[in-house]
Design a protein around this ligand. Sequence first.
Ligand SMILES: [Zn+2]
Length: 270
Amino acid sequence: MSPTVVHVAPHPDDEALGCPGALLHLLDRGWRVVSVIASLGFSNQWERRRAEFEDASRRANFVPVLLDPPLDISLHDDLAQATERVATEVPRIMALYEASVVVSPSPHDVHHGHETVARGVQRAMDSLPPSVRWWMWGIWGDLPAPNVFFPFGEPALTRMLHILEAYQGELARNDYRRLLVGRASTNAVLGSERVFGFGSPAASSLPYAEVLTEVRRVGRRWMASQAHHLDQGPLRDEQFSADLTAWVESPSVHQLVDPIPEVPGEDEAP
Ligand SMILES: [Zn+2]
């Protein structure tokens, strides 16, 4: 049985933007990547977004899984109920595929849909084996304490762009290809110091990078691994020595200030 990672994307395309480099790297090393999509956006977008997701999964060679029915995670939906469904579905999927790593946005990713799904994964961790590692990425909100660094070059970027380009409908709204390239460049410059400490030399000469926050449940605490390159994992139990409980469990910023509003897309039903 191949080792398996389950990626939980709030929307179709998040699996192509969150940490596609790390997922493809695991795939190349014999891992199975199960790509779960929680929602398909507004109901009149379902058909297009499902087709784009299936195309992206074929391009990536990920195992596609859609929550059925898709979650409603628009701003005025019942987000507590959506969190509950993620907390129930993720352990079932993790058990089905015997996965050892779950990946999602961080619970502080600012977008209400991303945080809703992340809070569900956070809850799900309580019913998963304690050996399961949770990798978090940041798209809308940056990670304050990344501890995993993954550098990559032009061929990996080209492959990621090919996957992202399955999402023509989303790219027509906003060119996320530029985000993928720009964020990867930013992480290559800032990532070494953010992961390994201010003043650290560049951790790689490659032009692009991803950063992640990796935690495990240790009792009631959320313990982060020591800073490492992706290929240096998995670490021993005692190397999960940094306590991120206060951050993981703290309220999201948008529980303290108004949420960023949501503007319907052009193809939304009236
Ligand atoms: Zn999203």
